[in-house]
Design a protein around this ligand. Structure first.
Ligand code: C2E
Ligand code: MG
Ligand code: MG
Ligand code: MG
Length: 284
């Protein structure tokens, strides 16, 4: 009896593994065609200055409209794209499309807005990255200062000397560097101090738990103090409640991003949403 159950259990496990593997393989094959089939879209999430509520720009976040599966979240395909190398052409498309869109918004009178684009580890480690960034900016006649490249803390700290080479080339060309998901990796303060970054984005996980009186309030306080002493802007992502917003603003967090102020949205909705914010923000 035990043996049979065990065998059944094993078969069941194997079957589900096959489905899963099959699933992953199908996803990978579809991903190869997604670019030429134009299935990707960028959504834009607004970023705001904590002090006065003015919009500083947006973060571009990729969306995949799969013909059969519907919308696939980046966490479900970026790792596959990274593993297969497809993230290189996909990432080039993202940067090009984000810059094209920002050019349009600049032309509409929003020259002060910056566009933030996420880089994966493979992209960040590609020797072609700085030239690709420069030519993309030039193609859209965008000043480098209006681009923010977001690199996660763990990517930036993986091979510090190599990262510093890349970051210095990018920073010297005038592009802004942001360290994303900060607090989840293991930054040495010495290394952080050497990085030519302009901002730290506190990982959403810490903001999430702020109200529950956990250690997160202490961690966020420490990150803000660290940022201030290193002359870095501090951005909080994942702000969902007024309480979180008030706490972060009182701490001296510079910029805020989250569902409370604005969800990621398709470009068609973005300008209207920005105009609505301008209408209500003090001093606008
Ligand atoms: P990320 O760069 O840390 O982006 C923040 C994520 O938090 C986004 O998820 C955003 O939609 C979500 N978010 C923002 N505010 C809130 C909030 O108030 N509450 C909650 N619950 N979530 C919030 P998304 O769009 O699913 O992206 C997930 C991750 O996928 C990103 O994390 C980034 O690492 C990666 N990603 C997205 N777009 C790209 C891309 O174009 N290229 C690369 N390489 N990675 C990307
Ligand atoms: Mg990001
Ligand atoms: Mg993040
Ligand atoms: Mg993230």
């Amino acid at each position: 009896h035990t043996k049979a159950a065990g065998r059944n259990g094993y078969h069941f496990f194997e079957a589900s593994m096959n489905t899963n593997a099959h699933n992953q393989l199908e996803l990978m094959q579809d991903l190869r065609l997604a670019l030429e089939r134009r299935e990707f879209r960028l959504h834009y999430q607004p970023k705001f200055t904590a002090a006065d509520g003015s919009m500083t720009g947006a973060e571009a976040l990729i969306r995949w409209h799969h013909p059969k599966r519907g919308m696939v979240a980046p966490d479900n395909f970026i790792p596959v794209a990274e593993k297969t190398g497809l993230i290189i052409p996909i990432g080039e498309w993202v940067l090009d499309e984000a810059c094209r869109q920002m050019r349009e918004w600049h032309d509409a009178g929003n020259q002060q807005w910056k566009i933030a684009v996420n880089l994966s580890a493979l992209q960040f480690n590609s020797e072609h990255l700085p030239a690709m960034v420069q030519s993309t900016l030039a193609r859209h006649r965008l000043p480098p200062e209006s681009l923010i490249l977001e690199v996660t803390e763990s990517t930036a700290m993986h091979d510090v000397e190599a990262s510093l080479l890349t970051l210095n080339i990018l920073a010297e060309s005038g592009v802004n560097i942001s360290i994303d998901d900060f607090g989840t990796g293991y930054s040495s303060l010495l290394h952080l101090k050497r990085m030519p970054a302009c901002e730290l984005k506190i990982d959403r996980g810490f903001i999430n738990e702020l109200e529950r009186g956990s250690d997160d309030a202490a961690i966020v306080t420490a990150i803000v103090a660290l940022g201030q002493s290193l002359n870095l802007r501090i951005v909080a992502e994942g702000v969902e409640t007024e309480k979180q917003k008030d706490f972060l603003t009182a701490l001296g967090c510079n910029d805020l991003q989250g569902y409370l102020m604005g969800r990621p949205m398709p470009p068609e909705q973005f300008l209207a949403a920005a105009l609505a914010v301008k209408a209500v923000s003090p001093g606008a």
